[in-house]
Design a protein around this ligand. Sequence first.
Ligand SMILES: Nc1ncnc2c1ncn2[C@@H]1O[C@H](COP(=O)(O)OP(=O)(O)OP(=O)(O)O)[C@@H](O)[C@H]1O
Ligand SMILES: Nc1ncnc2c1ncn2[C@@H]1O[C@H](COP(=O)(O)OP(=O)(O)OP(=O)(O)O)[C@@H](O)[C@H]1O
Ligand SMILES: [Mg+2]
Ligand SMILES: [Mg+2]
Lengths: 227, 227
Amino acid sequence: MIGVTNLSRHYRMGPTTVKALDSVTFGIQSGEFVSIVGPSGSGKTTLMNILGCLDSPTGGSYILAGEETASLTSDKRAEIRGRRIGFVFQNFNLLPRENSLENVELPMIYQGIPSRVRKERARDMLRKVGLEGRERHVPSELSGGQRQRVAIARALAGDPAIILADEPTGALDTRTGGEIMELFHSLNRDGTTLILVTHDPLIARRARRVIQIQDGKILADVPSGEW
Amino acid sequence: MIGVTNLSRHYRMGPTTVKALDSVTFGIQSGEFVSIVGPSGSGKTTLMNILGCLDSPTGGSYILAGEETASLTSDKRAEIRGRRIGFVFQNFNLLPRENSLENVELPMIYQGIPSRVRKERARDMLRKVGLEGRERHVPSELSGGQRQRVAIARALAGDPAIILADEPTGALDTRTGGEIMELFHSLNRDGTTLILVTHDPLIARRARRVIQIQDGKILADVPSGEW
Ligand SMILES: Nc1ncnc2c1ncn2[C@@H]1O[C@H](COP(=O)(O)OP(=O)(O)OP(=O)(O)O)[C@@H](O)[C@H]1O
Ligand SMILES: Nc1ncnc2c1ncn2[C@@H]1O[C@H](COP(=O)(O)OP(=O)(O)OP(=O)(O)O)[C@@H](O)[C@H]1O
Ligand SMILES: [Mg+2]
Ligand SMILES: [Mg+2]
């Protein structure tokens, strides 16, 4: 389903080049649950942005469901992002003037889902992440962990084939984080591919496989029991 | 140094009132190291914003260094924020068009510190949080954990009497988070008052005292060994 070969992402800053990703290679099958771990600044978000078709590599190849993403039109990439992938961003990226319900509905609007069904699914997903009673709050009227949970609900409400979650429990207490992980696990049991960046070793170990990143390179790619 | 009595913060939303803080009472002495813990949405950031003179309570009193903050002019509150308090925000609040060095210098500009000294201190603090080589990056060119560390460096560079840190290791891997905690600990040993919101029980326990918050109320206020 996902095939990454010699993938690189470089940033030129004057005379220096920052190698955020430096020739990484791996594959992920449909339905897998993979954790991506590594120190701050090691390249995890850079990798997630390329996997989510939000950014293009400067070198190498990314094949998604049989298609080389480099050759896709920007419309086609937008469609993949809208329909196949649910993305939980590290900094949430909520629309500041829309309330929780409207933020969660957004991907489903792009999928052409009718309004009544969208609102019902959005309400349901907000309830599942513990945000009943916060539907009408805009992001500035929510706590940090509540904003994170709106971002999670938004990624899940459209029932995507692949979930890319960039530190989805970073702003949550242990108990709320555990409830979110249960939600992710049940979706994965139903066949959703789950790729999760985390700093929390306890969360990383609950995946079946761990990819360890450092300085833009893959340090290890092992079953979670061996990590 | 800090005396909070029946402190409340309510938000009216149409017919409902959200009691983000509901009559909390406690004192913190100069030089203490206190952790504030509690579930997502329990009122921690709301409390920190009042302690940092960024927000006013709707009820009760907050006495800081002998002065009732409610009676301070807004100039006086700005001066306290600029000179006495170093605040690490949960969502960082960096200036998007300024690079790391400029962001860290900002509080020292308000303190009237000359440019050469500011730059030297800013560079030194960025090095202490592991961001050497990232001085010229603006926030969009930094990872999540790097932005968090710029926010930390900014709070510390002005050598404040009180550090208010709202989940300062939330975006950091265990090792980098540990280095940041060492930095906080050494400042506390030198006499800086440290009030730290955290979701991480391991970090909470390293404080001498833990205040546990739930639904805007204090559930417990105990030595960390008993928590
Ligand atoms: N636009 C950019 N220009 C220059 N350097 C960049 C840019 N974006 C990211 N970087 C650098 O690339 C490296 C990898 O960044 P990335 O955001 O992928 O790290 P990360 O592993 O997600 O870190 P964290 O755990 O802190 O979120 C970092 O060192 C960062 O400074
Ligand atoms: N402007 C506002 N209007 C209405 N409700 C608000 C507003 N700001 C915060 N709240 C509510 O007040 C409660 C406390 O928020 P606060 O940000 O203090 O929580 P927190 O303990 O910091 O949570 P987290 O751990 O998720 O960061 C939350 O339930 C939130 O929805
Ligand atoms: Mg990141
Ligand atoms: Mg908070």
